[in-house]
Design a protein around this ligand. Sequence first.
Ligand SMILES: Nc1ncnc2c1ncn2[C@@H]1O[C@H](COP(=O)(O)OP(=O)(O)O)[C@@H](O)[C@H]1O
Ligand SMILES: [Mg+2]
Length: 273
Amino acid sequence: MKILKNKRILVCGKGGSGKSSVVSLLGKSLLKNGYRVILLDADASNPGGLFRLLSDKKDVPEPLIEFFGGREKVTCPSDDPSPMTRINSNLPINETVIDLSEIPEKYSFKKKDLTLFQIGKIKEACEGCDGPMSKVARDFIVKGDFVTLIDVEAGIEHFGRGVEKNVDVVLVIVDPTFESFVIAEIVAKMTSYLGSNNVWAILNKVDSKEIELIMQNSLKKREVNYLGSINFDKEIHKAGLEGKMIAQCKAEKKIEGIIKKLENLLEIEMEYK
Ligand SMILES: Nc1ncnc2c1ncn2[C@@H]1O[C@H](COP(=O)(O)OP(=O)(O)O)[C@@H](O)[C@H]1O
Ligand SMILES: [Mg+2]
């Protein structure tokens, strides 16, 4: 049984902790494991984003927010929490769930059964609040057996905008910095405040057993659940430096293990429900 089917997984954490790198590796690994995958790049301020990590092509997909009428139509969820609507309709999106086939190809990048959407990027100064993009991240729920990974902006602003409302699992990426742990603790508290215990930390850029132990202890002290660790990986580092796709790398094995563990944890949870 593919337990992550129909799950929406939010990936958050400190800026530079490795959210986008981990999302792209998770996406590829889920695909390899037979899942149909949707990746949502919801980080408006990172120009390259997930696309760069997954493709060496130049034709970046058009912003998904445009399909829903752009910032003129989609409102900021902090001011207006009501559900998003389609461009020529006022019917709340949750009343007729999105079918992938209704979205023209120009809005996505496809790799077999993996589909990547870029919600939108901030290109000009004084462009205004990127809240509307958070609403697309919150409400872009697709019909069918997909697992959706949402790569949000750094920090915790997405909580203020309610992106977690339609999410089943929250993964917080923690690199070896103090701020990363502070953010992980806030994320864990806010997620349980919203009534979910499905929040786990993934340690990233771990370069020794000693550092891993320190990081695991720090999570324990802060009462943040641990899911797994990803080593500091030369290939990921190089991709980040050169602005290229992540090549085959050692971290893939760790990612495999993380997916298995997440599947097991969710399966146990379902048995007790
Ligand atoms: N496990 C890792 N090993 C080595 N470098 C990493 C690893 N994870 C991320 N990086 C590097 O850290 C930087 C930030 O990663 P990125 O995925 O863009 O973070 P975020 O999306 O959280 O801002 C990039 O240069 C990336 O290549
Ligand atoms: Mg990123």
